[in-house]
Design a protein around this ligand. Structure first.
Ligand SMILES: Nc1ncnc2c1ncn2[C@@H]1O[C@H](COP(=O)(O)OP(=O)(O)OP(=O)(O)O)[C@@H](O)[C@H]1O
Ligand SMILES: [Mg+2]
Length: 306
């Protein structure tokens, strides 16, 4: 296990009694990489983060963070974490909360004051620093949570749904902060259901369902080249649909609507011709570049995952 990787895992598994929360998690995340961890509700994303952080012990498998085994105490000094469901001490002000977290991380008091100023500024809470956390709005809580995750200037940051509850300005802010972390050579492990955000921020993504990684890939490579094709036509019989598989992957077909993914745009006229030859009445034939949401549906499916 080397420090080239911020995260390495081998067949991690977590069972809660008969419930398998994480079935088989094998992945690696490089330093300086923003890694998106995507999957439907209940897929095992949060449990995976908890295992990586040493908060939950795996039933089987192994892993390392920054070159050291999971659960290593020294490594925690170099890690930041924004949990999905947080409860912060709401009797503290935002500023006191950050100072408190900094002290817990062993930051020197002298350096801490300027670090806290920097972070309050970064997350746009300077004007609210003296207010009690209990008076904070949802978005302000999310912002102070992000600031506490960065207080120790971590090399690896875990963000579990960091944009949940944030307005568009707040989401942009998170995106900029993640970009800055990448520039500084930090690694970011991001759980998010906001696929448009992931599409802009992440270098690589893993798709997880039923606690198992289905696919890991470079995001740009995955999105480049593929085309989404929406068809509205009468006469899309099962025989016609079967024949379409030759041209690409049919993701969804319901009544007269069809969505498929084609890996080569030059096949589009052939598909059109095929449909007409098969006597389908085509009302709309709409190709467009594929996005992450299309890809998510293609890999994860539309049956959810719970
Ligand atoms: N402590 C626990 N005891 C029993 N089952 C658990 C526990 N924690 C999680 N689970 C179950 O494990 C599965 C994975 O949960 P997890 O919270 O990791 O999903 P997730 O991918 O983060 O979902 P979401 O997108 O909704 O946040 C779920 O079925 C959940 O009910
Ligand atoms: Mg979760």
């Amino acid at each position: 296990m080397t420090e080239t990787y911020a995260i390495e895992t081998y067949h991690l598994r977590k069972e809660y009694g008969p419930k398998v929360a994480v079935q088989d998690l094998s992945l690696s995340v490089r330093r300086g990489e923003v890694f998106g961890f995507l999957g439907p509700n209940g897929a095992g994303k949060t449990t995976s983060i908890k295992i990586l952080l040493g908060l939950v012990s795996p039933t089987a498998g192994a892993g390392a963070l920054l070159g050291r085994p999971l659960g290593d105490l020294q490594t925690r000094e170099r890690i930041g974490f924004l949990p999905e469901h947080f409860r912060f001490p709401d009797w503290l002000t935002g500023e006191e909360f950050l100072l408190y977290n900094g002290r817990l991380c062993g930051k020197l008091e002298r350096k801490l004051a300027s670090r806290v100023n920097e972070l309050l500024d970064l997350v746009g809470l300077t004007a609210h620093r003296k207010l009690l956390i209990k008076t904070y709005s949802k978005g302000m809580l999310q912002r102070i949570g992000l600031a506490q995750a960065l207080v120790n200037d971590p090399d690896l940051v875990f963000l579990d749904e960091p944009t949940s509850g944030l307005d568009p300005v707040g989401r942009r802010l998170v995106r900029d902060i993640i970009g800055k972390l990448r520039e500084e050579g930090k690694a970011v492990f991001l759980n998010s259901h906001l696929l448009s955000e992931v599409e802009i921020t992440c270098d690589r993504v893993a798709f997880i369902k039923y606690g198992k990684v289905l696919r890991t890939a470079d995001l740009k490579e995955m999105l480049d080249g593929d085309t989404r094709l929406d068809v509205h036509a009468e006469g899309l019989t099962s025989e016609v649909l079967e024949g379409l598989a030759e041209f690409g992957r049919v993701v969804e077909a319901q009544d007269s609507r069809l969505m498929m993914v084609v890996d080569n745009r030059t096949r589009l006229p052939d598909i059109n011709r095929y449909l007409i030859e098969k006597d389908a009445k085509v009302f709309a034939f709409t190709p467009k570049p594929i996005d992450l949401e299309d890809l998510f549906l293609e890999i994860i499916g539309t049956d959810g995952g719970l």
